[in-house]
Design a binder for this molecule. Structure first.
Ligand code: ZN
Length: 152
């Protein structure tokens, strides 16, 4: 394998690139905008279908929930230590505001975390990072690199 063709993990995660080729985008538009976020159906580089099965991104809600709880606990402790206040409205206002401001971030990165680390059988495959993956690889179904989930 040629190391020059390897695309690094963290820039791909931060820029929400495809988990298989780390080149194609996962989202069609910016994280913060007036039109919401639109996730692409498949990678524009390696043709990986992001929604592996119908409703797959419901799982991302649990990831998003975990991220939100982590932020809220951290903020609550920080508020308590920094202000020493016992006024519940301070906490309600600050935590709700933080939760609202961070919701587009949570939406995007819960899906990124789900596809990068919580999807069995889906991993980085450097051969898909080539400039023209379809010329290197035989024509195949999108998502064929993903092992079928055994739900029994
Ligand atoms: Zn891809």
């Amino acid at each position: 394998m040629n190391n020059a063709n390897k695309w690094p993990l963290w820039p791909a995660v931060i820029h929400a690139k495809c988990p298989r080729c780390r080149r194609g985008k996962m989202f069609a538009n910016a994280m913060y905008g007036f039109h919401g976020q639109q996730m692409l159906k498949q990678c524009d580089h390696c043709k990986l279908t992001y929604e592996i099965e119908p409703g797959y991104f419901y799982v991302a809600m649990f990831v998003s929930y975990g991220m939100n709880v982590a932020v809220l606990i951290t903020l609550s402790v920080a508020l308590s230590v920094l202000t020493g206040s016992t006024n519940p409205w301070l906490y309600v206002i600050v935590l709700l505001t933080a939760s609202l401001i961070l919701s587009p971030f949570n939406f995007r990165y819960s899906r990124v975390i789900l596809l990068y680390w919580l999807t069995p059988g889906l991993s980085y495959q450097p051969e898909y990072s080539a400039d023209k993956p379809e010329s290197v690889l035989p024509a195949s179904d999108p998502g064929d690199s993903i092992a079928p989930l055994n739900l029994n």
